[in-house]
Write a protein of this length. Structure first.
Length: 576
């Protein structure tokens, strides 16, 4: 295990679209942290690195389900509101990165955290990192550096300095010693999780054998840690290094919280208290790796807590406990996203149920109708697409229906059926550029196409190997207009088509492009875009597999293009 972040937590980022929010979301995601949503008021409906952004925390919780931790990158004056919003939405751990948060705001946050049985790290914190498991905040700076600098192991780190949190783990790693978790408690006079609270977490963590604590003058954090040891609340070896030895009373040492007032918070006072309770005091930060190595070599492995009693087996069960917000099943009752399935049956279409399952929102019949149209549009496109050929080839070998179907689905990739997500991301990008340039969408589209041309990049969602005027595209876009659902997505794709033409390239919007525009307009996240193609194509693939198995001989050579349609002609139309 590790403490606070062990890779399982579902994480929210407040202020995700800001400069730091964006950069550190990349770090967290790249390091493997499960970031499920972001919040910035006014930016709901967009996304960052594929992570959906919401206007409010409650909106995020409603859409993505359970959230365990929120990391705040919100400017200091706005932290109180943002933190309270998260706590009142039921989030149990906050990591408050910003500095200069007013002390009275921190006290108010602490009161509400107490009331809601939650905790917070910071403010003014670099965050928390458990090597190989996850990071909350900005420890390590970038995913690649965090991956190369820190290694997992038995040492817990609790530090009042952000820089020393990271450098301590780095120098320990260079000596071959890894860390369970590194916690930067924050540099302010009042923090949500001071050393003593961190030590309590490390005491309960089987993976932590020893803790290194970096303290500073000012506050009573180190004295409180000594009291915890004295009263038996922390029993593992503690190595302590206290910064600010040379500071005089009244001098501030680096951080806002590192200030001696009168006799309170002095270096000598802290060292004396800690030494008296058996902590190993090191004078210099650079001595820590050697002292740690020495102590670790003498440690008997602590027995892991044995699971014997009913209570301990309940602990095991609790630790395996997890949550889902998709479907609730009780005897004689099934609820999809909260709706009774037997009441939905006969009332909503399958397409509305798809929307409900994927987003948690029951859509209007018009939105359901538009999804229906998309699914019909992509149900099949003959025997030449790679997925149909692959599925038929597998079927011809005697593969079972499920195996052949899987082969077909696995052939849907970037260049076949997989352009929808990329196109949705492009639409959002151009939409944002348009909004940034005061709504001049055509100009944003023109500039975007110019940049693509310069770098020889293809625009996803445009052009088709067979159709110059894809009949599905025109119909989908017309349906969106008729139902009043055409919005910014449709506007952007049309602006891009126009911009391509202005640049001298006549490329039609293809069905992927039309679907992408419509999916943006009905509020679907880009990562789900390609799944609409997969869901649509499934029956078509079944039809090909079934036909291959019932009509053709096994192991026939299947020509990719030389085949002819001999099915019904002009069914259901007035065409002759
Ligand atoms: C918090 C901090 C990181 C923000 O800096 P920043 O990313 O440059 O600021 P930005 O203005 O670009 O971004 C803040 C975002 O929060 C958003 N925001 C404001 N109120 C919000 C709220 N209640 N909920 C969610 N987001 C909110 C803003 O809208 C903005 O997003 P936008 O740019 O898309 O509009 C910065 O103020 C700070 O404190 N830096 C020091 C951090 C530090 O050193 N910590 C200690 C380490 S030892």
């Amino acid at each position: 295990m590790a403490i606070l972040i062990d890779g399982k937590q579902r994480v929210l980022v407040q202020g995700i679209t800001g400069r730091e929010g964006l950069a550190r979301t990349r770090l967290m995601k790249g390091y493997g942290t499960c970031v499920v949503a972001g919040v910035t008021p006014g930016r709901g409906g967009t996304d960052v690195e594929g992570i959906p952004v919401f206007d409010t925390v409650s909106g995020a919780c409603e859409a993505v389900g359970n959230i365990d931790v929120s990391v705040l990158f919100v400017p200091a004056p706005l932290v109180k509101g943002a933190a309270i919003e998260a706590l009142e939405s039921g989030i149990k751990l906050l990591v408050i990165v910003p500095d200069r948060v007013p002390i009275y705001d921190v006290l108010e946050i602490a009161t509400i955290a107490d009331r809601t049985d939650a905790a917070f790290v910071g403010p003014n914190t670099l965050g928390v990192l458990s090597p190989g498991r996850g990071v909350l905040g900005m420890v390590g700076g970038h995913a690649a550096s965090a991956q190369s600098w820190f290694v997992p192991g038995p040492v817990g780190i609790s530090s009042r300095s952000g820089g020393i949190t990271a450098s301590m783990a780095y120098y320990l790693a260079r000596r071959g010693i890894g860390c369970s978790t590194m916690v930067h408690v924050g540099g302010d006079p009042i923090v949500g999780m001071p050393h003593a609270e961190v030590l309590k977490h490390f005491e309960a963590d089987d993976d932590t054998q020893l803790v290194v604590m970096y303290g500073e003058i000012g506050t009573s954090q180190e004295e409180d840690a000594a009291t915890l040891i004295e009263t038996g609340g922390f029993t593992k070896p503690l190595i302590a290094c206290i910064g600010g030895k040379a500071a005089r009373s009244g001098t501030r040492f680096s951080h806002a919280g590192a200030i001696i007032e009168g006799e309170r918070g002095t270096y000598e006072g802290k060292v004396t208290r800690l030494r008296a309770v058996g902590a190993h005091i090191v004078d210099s930060f650079t001595d820590i790796p050697a002292v740690t190595a020495n102590l670790l070599s003498k440690l008997q492995p602590r027995p892991r807590k044995v699971q014997k009693s009913a209570a301990s087996s309940r602990n095991v069960r609790d630790s395996l406990h997890w949550k889902t917000a998709v479907t609730q099943v009780k005897p004689n009752e099934i609820r999809l996203r909260g709706y009774r399935i037997d009441e939905l049956m006969g009332q909503i279409t399958f397409s509305q149920a798809i929307h409900l399952a994927l987003t948690g929102q029951l859509p209007s019949p018009e939105v359901g109708g538009l999804i229906d149209a998309m699914l019909v549009a992509s149900i099949d496109h003959g025997a030449t697409p790679p997925s149909a050929l692959a599925a038929r080839t597998a079927a011809s070998t005697g593969a079972a229906m499920n195996a052949a179907l899987a082969v077909g689905l696995l052939s849907i990739n970037q260049h076949h059926g997989g352009a929808i997500q990329a196109c949705m991301e492009m639409i959002r990008d151009v939409q944002k550029r348009g909004a940034d340039s005061k709504g001049v969408l055509d100009e944003a589209a023109f500039a975007f196409v110019a940049a693509c041309k310069q770098s020889n990049a293809r625009l996803p969602g445009f052009g088709h190997r067979i159709h110059t005027h894809d009949p599905r595209t025109a119909r989908l876009l017309a349906l969106a207009e008729q139902t009043g659902l055409a919005g910014k997505g449709v506007a952007v794709i049309r602006a891009l088509e126009k911009a391509l033409a202005t640049h001298g390239t006549i490329l039609p919007i293809n069905v992927d492009g039309a679907m992408a525009a419509l999916l943006v307009d009905i509020g679907i996240q880009p990562e789900l875009g390609n799944t609409f193609f997969m869901m649509a194509r499934l029956p078509g693939l079944v039809a090909h597999i079934y036909e291959e198995k019932t009509r053709e001989r096994p192991m026939r050579p299947i020509h990719p293009v030389d085949h002819e349609y001999d099915g019904a002609q002009n069914a259901g139309t007035n065409e002759k």
